[in-house]
Design a protein around this ligand. Structure first.
Ligand code: ADP
Length: 626
């Protein structure tokens, strides 16, 4: 029988496959099984109306046989089969629309992503592991069976042959092992069953394999030294009904949790399981999990966001990034929709309208579920927030704040008065009648913020302050700008929108002292003022203009060369004894008065958590005064 050549396009692709260094060679099995399942789908449909066929749904199956002696792996189905023309057209040509992009990607050696699954060039992927492929097939309605055989790029032969029953056997003769690749692994039953579990668990027809097992010999059962024997048993390797296809009421939380742990290799117990089934413009089922712990690589490049995408039970991609927005990248889960073609390419996925609609629905769903948790399951919400609150805050500040309205109600901050995490809505509901702003203060931790002189007045007046202890907190509030028409205001701002009655009258006659201190400190401070907010502390620093001290600290830690500096305003508590002493010293001992000014400024720096320009000079100064 004369060899036929593959069509030129297919030949080139085949070449690439055969010489592929693609790391996911294992997916060939998924592709072959997915084809078998499609072929069964077709015959199953015919069986509904053709009584002569004498088959019902439960008769359909896929069988796998590994022959170690001959190094062959056979996948058989009793699906629709192929006739001679089908073999020519289907296996002699690559019709997939994604094949061009596929070739390009393969040539670019982007071998860490599952490109084969995404481009649907399935059958040919078997040439990654096989040196020869034989297809024995008999089509529904035909009496003749055919054998198609190919050793790869040099073409294929088709001839008539014998075969019982309708369906297709795909026989792969595995490539010889090399130093780098051990193809024999695809003959090991544990490897095969592992691959089926991983990629084809939810194929709706049973995938059967005769498994070698071991047991105690019956006759030695009761003896002290029992003997063992091998035996063979046919096992169904796939579970067939995916957990997300089962009605929620039939699945226990333990089952969902176990599935989450196994499927996503996670060790935590999710704080929320979201099961959703939508029918309409788009039809899909989704099973989503909100983790309770931050994966160790979460804030690194290694972490891959995305949901697993299935099309009618067949895994299309492990990580479909398009399905979750960046600010919910912690969500794990699965989406199964029949509205997608299995052959969809990466590029097409990105622009697929159905997928976009699903993503939008899921985003809303996740948001609603999280919002509901704030009132219904606060404990778990706080657990979640400790793990991923930072992510939500990044979500507020990123993309120029376009998501802030969606995310602001999910934020929690520690409250000075409640001594626990509170939402912005809870804060605003409690605001005092005369309170203009939502106050916040920034520092290392709650205790450090409590000790800030700038928060003294607010605290003494009983205003609630939100504590910003993470570097992203202040940016978050600045991006929000306001919440329910109330502006955010830092405790270190020069204007807190309140008056401190006790210090007010001192303001008038303090200008001489303020000028003196400003002249003494020179450019170190932009301004020296009589404080309206200090109560027991003598001094504090506040920032003027757009840059806060926290921004200064943050930028100087990540970009020391930026030299970013907030404009310092030194506030003096005019009724404090230290300030009063300094004032009287101006008349009696001006040098000492200058030292006082310097010392007080350094103290203000220390309290604000800012570095002293010259620490030894400061200690000398203090010592000279003692
Ligand atoms: P795809 O499945 O994406 O169309 P493949 O290269 O995997 O591309 O398969 C090419 C075609 O060969 C299939 O579309 C199908 O028509 C046919 N085919 C492959 N395997 C089988 C099978 N087991 N039974 C019947 N037809 C098959």
């Amino acid at each position: 029988m004369a060899k036929k050549q593959f069509k030129s396009e297919s030949k080139r692709l085949l070449d690439l496959m055969i010489n592929s260094i693609y790391t996911h060679k294992e997916i060939f099995l998924r592709e072959i099984i997915s084809n078998a399942s499609d072929a069964i789908d077709k015959l199953c449909f015919i069986a509904l109306t053709d009584d002569k066929l004498g088959m019902t749904r439960s008769d359909f199956k896929i069988q796998i046989k590994a022959d170690k002696d001959n190094r062959t792996l056979t996948v058989s189905d009793n699906g629709i089969g192929m006739d001679k023309d089908d073999l020519e057209n289907n296996l002699g040509t690559i019709a997939s629309s994604g094949s061009y992009q596929f070739k390009q990607q393969l040539e670019e050696k982007q071998d860490d992503i599952d490109i084969i699954g995404q481009f649907g060039v399935g059958f040919y992927s078997a040439f990654m592991v096989a040196k020869e492929i034989t297809v024995i097939t008999k089509k529904y309605g035909s009496d003749t069976a055919y054998k198609w055989k190919s050793g790869g790029a040099d073409g294929y032969e088709i001839e008539e042959c014998e075969k019982d029953g309708i369906g297709t056997d795909i026989i792969l003769v595995l490539k010889d092992n090399t130093d780098d690749e051990n193809y024999d692994e695809f003959l090991e039953q544990y490897r095969i069953s592992g691959l089926i579990k991983k990629y084809s668990d939810y194929i709706r027809y049973p995938i059967l394999m005769e498994m070698k097992k071991n047991r105690v010999k019956e006759e030695t059962k009761d003896s002290e030294n029992p003997e063992y024997e091998d035996y063979f048993e046919i096992e169904t390797l796939n579970s067939m009904v995916p957990i997300w296809q089962r009605p929620k009421k039939d699945v226990t939380q333990e089952e969902y949790d176990r599935f989450y742990n196994e499927k996503f290799m996670a060790y935590d117990k999710p704080v929320k399981t979201i099961v959703t089934s939508v029918e309409g413009v788009v039809t899909y089922k989704a099973l989503l999990f909100i983790p309770s712990a931050t994966p160790y690589d979460y804030y690194t490049k290694e972490y891959k966001k995305g949901l697993q995408l299935y099309s009618s039970g067949v895994l299309i991609t492990e990580n479909c990034e398009e399905l979750v927005p960046e600010h919910f990248r912690f969500v794990k889960g699965i989406v199964d929709t029949a509205d997608l073609s299995l052959n969809i390419s990466r590029e097409m996925l990105q622009h697929d309208r159905h997928l976009l609609t699903i993503a939008q629905n899921l985003e809303k769903k996740i948001r609603r579920e999280l919002t509901a948790m704030i009132s219904s399951d606060r404990e778990n919400y706080e657990k979640f927030f400790k793990a991923f609150g930072r992510q939500l805050k990044y979500g507020v500040v990123s993309d120029y704040g376009v998501h802030k309205d969606d995310l602001q109600d999910l934020l929690l901050f520690y409250s000075s008065t409640e001594k626990k995490l509170v939402t912005l809505a809870e804060y605003v509901d409690r605001m005092k009648e005369d309170q203009k702003f939502i106050y916040f203060a920034t520092g290392e931790n709650a205790a450090a913020i409590d000790a800030l002189p700038q928060t003294e007045l607010l605290q003494s007046k009983g205003f609630e302050i939100l504590y910003c202890t993470e570097d992203v907190d202040e940016f978050t509030l600045q991006s929000l700008m306001m919440y329910k028409e109330k502006r955010f205001c830092s405790a270190t701002n020069d204007d807190l929108g309140i008056e401190n009655d006790e210090t007010k009258e001192d303001e008038k006659d303090s200008s001489a002292l303020l000028t003196f201190v400003k002249e003494t400190l020179g450019d170190k401070v932009a301004e020296v003022t009589a404080s309206k907010k200090l109560v027991s502390h003598p001094v504090c620093l506040t920032a003027k203009g757009g840059i806060s001290f926290e921004m200064e600290k943050y930028f100087n830690s990540v970009q020391p060369e930026s030299g970013m500096m907030a404009q310092r305003v030194l506030e003096l508590n005019m009724s404090h004894s230290a300030v009063k002493t300094m004032e009287s010293l101006i008349q009696t001992d001006i040098d000492k008065a200058r030292k006082y000014a310097e010392v007080l400024y350094c103290q203000a720096l220390l309290i604000a958590g800012l570095p002293l320009e010259n620490p030894s000079e400061y200690t000398d100064l203090v010592c000279s005064l003692i």
